[in-house]
Design a protein around this ligand. Structure first.
Ligand SMILES: NC(=O)CCC(=O)C(=O)O
Length: 258
């Protein structure tokens, strides 16, 4: 599985500019013949939470239309990062996953809201899992702060995913935690982690990129810089079985004790 991570500088509260740059990024990634393109968190608006009534995507329609069209056009799977979505009087931080045929294969609302960036005041939390298949490969997706909750990832990883996709807007001052948390999630779940962070800044935070591709042993396959860029990597999916065969943590678990 060849993946491309679109490490973007998201324009604060400017959906038109962001939909345009995502279209360009997907075109560029598709030119590199990848299987999956991954986008960052809240890429349509950034954390413009006080203006969600104006900038959030109504029922995710604009996002679904654009990503489905591009997925079909370039025959590429898209883990659509997350976008701010307005639905039934609530706002969600929502990941849409679209397959090569343009079909929506999963829709996930961020479960853990990050209070330090005021998400708990504006965003409604999701309550459903996000396990799906792309090209017959079991995968799962979480959003940013979710990675601090290993039990949430484990619950889903135990269902078979070999790749964990992560979309984030993770500020620079906790960059070291970003890398260590992701490496830990890869090692404990013996899965690939494909994690894309944004770059640039908003009125409250700076974002340092360092998007990561990590193998099931925790080794880094690719790491982004602090500027907008496309990062690509190839995942040898058979490595998951090799690693799980050697140290069978999923079989050795004692869930009856914890
Ligand atoms: N957007 C987020 O969820 C940020 C999470 C974060 O920065 C953290 O330290 O956790």
């Amino acid at each position: 599985m060849r993946v491309a991570l679109a490490q973007l500088d998201i324009q604060f509260g400017d959906p038109d500019a962001n939909y345009q740059q995502v279209e360009v990024a997907i075109q560029r990634a598709a030119e590199q013949t990848v299987d999956v393109i991954v986008l960052p968190e809240m890429w349509n608006t950034g954390y413009a939470l006080t203006r969600l009534n104006v900038v959030a995507d109504d029922d995710g329609q604009r996002t679904r239309q654009l990503l489905s069209k591009l997925a079909r056009q370039f025959r590429v799977n898209i883990v659509g990062g997350s976008v701010a979505v307005a639905r039934d009087g609530h706002y969600y931080n929502e990941m849409l996953v679209i397959d090569r045929h343009g079909q929506l294969v999963s829709q996930y609302d961020k479960v853990h809201r990050f209070g330090l960036m005021a998400e708990d005041r504006y965003i409604t939390a999701g309550a459903t899992e996000n396990v799906f298949e792309l090209d017959d490969v079991a995968a799962m997706g979480v959003i940013c702060y979710d990675i601090r909750f290993p039990e949430w990832l484990r619950k889903q990883a135990a269902q078979g995913p070999r790749v964990i996709f992560v979309s984030a807007e993770w500020p620079t001052q906790r960059q070291m935690q970003w890398r260590l948390l992701l490496q830990a999630r890869a090692i404990e779940n013996q899965a690939f982690v494909v994690a894309v962070n944004r770059v640039g800044s908003d009125p409250d935070n700076q974002f340092g990129g360092q998007s990561l591709v990590i193998d099931p042993l925790g080794d880094l396959l690719a790491i982004g810089g602090a500027h907008p860029q496309l990062i690509t990597a190839t995942l040898d999916l058979a490595q998951v079985e090799r690693v799980r065969g050697q140290i069978p943590v999923f079989e050795d678990r004692r869930p009856e004790l914890y």
